[in-house]
Design a protein around this ligand. Sequence first.
Ligand SMILES: Nc1ncnc2c1ncn2[C@@H]1O[C@H](COP(=O)(O)OP(=O)(O)OP(=O)(O)O)[C@@H](O)[C@H]1O
Ligand SMILES: [Mg+2]
Length: 263
Amino acid sequence: MASVLKIDNLSISFGGLKAVDNLSFEIEDKMIYGLIGPNGAGKTTVFNCITKFYTPNQGSVKFKTIEDKVVELMDYKVHEIVNLGLVRTFQNVELIKDLSIIDNLLIGAHSQYKSTVIAQAFMLKKARNEEKLMREKAMNILKDLGLEDKAEEIAGSQPYGVLKNVELARTLMSDPKLIIIDEPAAGLNETETEALAIMIRKIRDTYHCAILMVEHDMGLVMNTCERICAINFGKKLAEGTPDEIKKNKDVQEAYLGKEDDIA
Ligand SMILES: Nc1ncnc2c1ncn2[C@@H]1O[C@H](COP(=O)(O)OP(=O)(O)OP(=O)(O)O)[C@@H](O)[C@H]1O
Ligand SMILES: [Mg+2]
């Protein structure tokens, strides 16, 4: 499989409502891919199906793991997904406010510790070494992303824009092949959004992972994504390059009255 993620005929209904309706799309390795659509189009529901928060009624989601093995995500449970190399961020920042930035990254690495919980509790030599390695890894990630000055700062004391970047940094602790991010620019001002675009590209270029992004800020989507899938009422409207999507009549219609947003 040349792609890292391949979704085929995905469908899920809530009562009578088809939130995702026979949707298929594919993300190539190391690609920055956008999923767009008006409010309620089904974007977050697609994410929830991929990461197994929801169980779809129908469809297949194939994923190429860290070991280059193609697996069917429908066969896995929600907590197993991260170990395959797929990690997500949520619509709201999910960090522990009382902990330092670096400790927030270390919490994210939990699934990677090889020593047992008992060894960790007593801080046996093996666990101590592991802790040291993880701390080094976290510090390297913060350095790569220009966040090393923030390592010891308490998360709660930092501006929202920094926390958004820290959330992205934390995903890298699990060596992801694909990071999926839901509305990263929500709540950010223009300067912070521009910094975020640079950060997203830097993450892909440094860590060679693919990124799937849901975002309403069309500037960010069009400048950052290499391919885009537009959906409405759970169905695919169009798929293509940013230019193709901008020119697509069905997409323009779905954003009716908001042509300026998409143009
Ligand atoms: N757990 C649920 N139970 C019932 N309906 C749901 C559930 N989750 C989502 N829906 C419905 O499915 C549809 C798609 O919702 P979803 O949250 O995926 O949209 P979205 O594209 O992410 O929208 P937004 O841009 O506003 O975040 C909506 O009509 C929503 O009300
Ligand atoms: Mg959503």
